[in-house]
Design a protein around this ligand. Structure first.
Ligand code: ADA
Length: 570
């Protein structure tokens, strides 16, 4: 399943889901001529008994029977982990780096008949890869998210952006659209859209040969309902293009699903549609027992239901952009999302890797452009726990804040720091976010520790800014219960989370708490994590990797269900 709604009625689209041929590739890897296995797409190759810990290259192949010749096929990959080279009938058609962002490719002039799509996937760590490194989560291998194949013509709609604007209880929106032309000649089209009962006419537009153009329009919507926690009203926004003079047969379409909601920081409060909101959140990795990062929809629903059952209303996509299906679900169920770019714990040596800047820029752009329309996303996060305490680091933070703000001026931007007494980037953020492990790595009471950190932050760029506790928590091994309540026991984890929530949630400047973490996750096997990560898992989940609840769930419920209203801190 690609999305929770159909994105096209006009453009033919099919999902290339199912069993694909697969073979592991040895170095030096040429183009594969034979295949040894079949593997599911979407899926991680670690699901197969022969590849449980395989780190290397692998080739996936899908035979395609194409009924109608087309000007172009548009292939969209929602996530390939972590590097992809795509070949159509043996010719390279595109490359992409980063497991967690979507990318699309155009294959021109495709004849009817039999064809072959081959994707060479690489999940190795090397100097080429600045973001995927051995880490406190696992970089799985494979085509981990859906792939779709679409037939497009001379001109098509690449994407749409919907920015709702609330003016005196009335709603307007800026609607933008990218049109692409694939012919040698410019192409004139008339562009129309519809949202609810409102028809929107963009008029006639000339799309220059071989190029993209961006068109936009501000539209007033007198009778729409806002997207809110009580009623998460979502509207299809349907755009179509036509040959001028032929308003009956559309050439192409794109459907987005949007909601009317506005995010604002007012002093030290977060306002959603004018109401103060408090984010009662979890950090969540895309990792689930045997399926790894290729989480099927039913298990995404399970995660969302479990979080909501504990009283949560927010999730931080630590530490990378998430599958759009999960974001669709957050739109429907109202889990506010702090969506994070992909860069966890990278020190200056990594940040100065020659590929770092480009790989981050691509990730930021792909994240914001692809996820712009989700009302559930209420803020962007960048560079979790990178080197924000040195001048070279600060330059990088500055660039990324400015890039994200240029791409989207409608959401606040933050960055989770653990440089609690040395960060020099707090002034750049809209919200100050601390990762703070009082009671676990540091034997300090959370309230006293937090107040100390806050005092320091106030004098070092964070004055008068709202605060998020972006990570706090403790590890516990599922089933290890101990009257002594020692570290690693479920009891100690519960105590630490209980005390932390008690300390943080009452603070007036705190607009959100994100427990580290929702579920246990697999980590890289390596010396860095050998001693602190029993079972090669990060065990700080309040549920384990198969979602069995630990005692800490009760502490979460105590605070998230009973203190502060569902989403308001008034
Ligand atoms: C950091 C980091 C997380 C995780 C956590 C921990 O704050 O951002 O990814 O590694 O520490 O468990 O120690």
């Amino acid at each position: 399943m690609i999305r929770l709604f159909a994105t096209h009625e006009v453009r033919p689209q099919i999902e290339l889901e199912g069993l694909w041929d697969f073979t592991a590739l040895d170095e030096p890897a040429g183009f594969p001529d034979s295949f040894t296995h079949t593997l599911p797409v979407p899926g991680c190759w670690e699901q197969h008994p022969d590849f449980l810990t395989y780190r290397g290259k692998g080739a996936y192949r899908k035979k395609l029977h194409i009924r109608h010749a087309s000007k172009a096929l548009r292939l969209e990959f929602k996530g390939v982990s972590h590097t992809a080279e795509a070949y159509f009938d043996g010719s390279l058609v595109g490359k992409h780096y980063n497991a967690y962002t979507p990318f699309s490719l155009i294959v021109p002039d495709v004849a009817a008949g039999e064809h072959e799509l081959t994707v060479i996937v690489d999940n190795r760590f090397s100097e080429e890869s600045a973001l995927h490194i051995t880490n406190d989560y696992y970089t799985y291998g494979g085509i981990i998210r859906p792939v779709s194949m679409e037939r497009v013509g001379f001109v098509y709609i690449e994407r749409m952006e919907f920015k709702p604007l609330r003016a005196k209880e009335k709603w307007q929106a800026d609607i933008g659209m990218e049109l692409r032309c694939l012919t040698e000649h410019e192409y004139k089209v008339s562009v129309k859209a519809k949202l609810g009962e409102t028809d929107i006419d963009f008029g006639e537009v000339i799309v220059p040969s071989g190029k993209s153009i961006w068109i936009s329009k501000r539209v007033v919507f007198p009778d729409v309902l806002p997207w809110s926690s009580e009623n998460p009203r979502l509207y299809p926004l349907e755009a179509r293009i036509f040959e001028p003079g032929n308003p009956v047969e559309p050439l192409d379409d794109l459907i987005e699903r949007v909601g009317f909601r506005e995010v604002k920081l007012v002093g030290r409060s977060l306002h959603i549609n004018g109401e103060p909101a408090f984010l009662k959140g979890f950090n969540r990795h895309e990792d689930f027992g045997v399926v790894g990062s290729a989480i099927p929809f039913s298990l995404m629903v399970k995660d969302v239901e479990l979080m909501i059952e504990m009283g949560a209303n927010a999730v931080r996509t630590s530490h990378y952009p998430n599958d759009e299906l999960f974001l669709d679900l957050c739109d429907e169920k109202v889990l506010y999302v702090l969506e994070e770019n992909h860069a966890r714990g990278l020190g200056l040596d990594r940040m100065l890797n020659p590929n770092f800047e480009k790989q981050c820029e691509d990730c930021n752009r792909e994240m914001v452009n692809n996820h712009y329309n989700h009302p559930s996303i209420v803020m962007w996060g960048l560079l979790n726990e990178c080197d924000s305490d040195v001048e070279e680091g600060r330059e990088i933070y500055k660039k990324q804040y400015s890039q994200i703000r240029k791409l989207d001026e409608s959401r606040p931007v933050t960055s989770a720091t653990h440089k609690l007494y040395s960060d020099i980037c707090l002034d750049l953020a809209d919200i100050v976010s601390f990762n703070i492990y009082s009671g676990w790595y540091l034997d300090r009471d959370p309230e006293e520790h937090y107040l100390d950190v806050l005092r320091w932050a106030e004098q070092h760029g964070g004055k008068d800014k709202p605060v998020i506790l972006s990570e706090f928590g403790a590890a516990a091994l599922y089933g290890f219960r101990e009257p002594t309540r020692v570290k690693w026991s479920e009891e100690r984890q519960m105590d630490i989370i209980d005390r932390a929530l008690e300390a943080y949630m009452k603070r007036p400047e705190v607009i959100g708490t994100f427990i580290w973490q929702f579920s246990d996750c697999r980590v890289s096997e390596g010396s860095d994590w050998l001693l602190s990560r029993a079972r090669t898992r990060n065990n700080k989940g309040v549920v384990d990797d198969f979602r069995r609840p630990k005692l800490a769930c009760e502490a979460v419920k105590k605070h998230y269900l009973n203190t502060r209203k569902t989403d308001s801190n008034e």
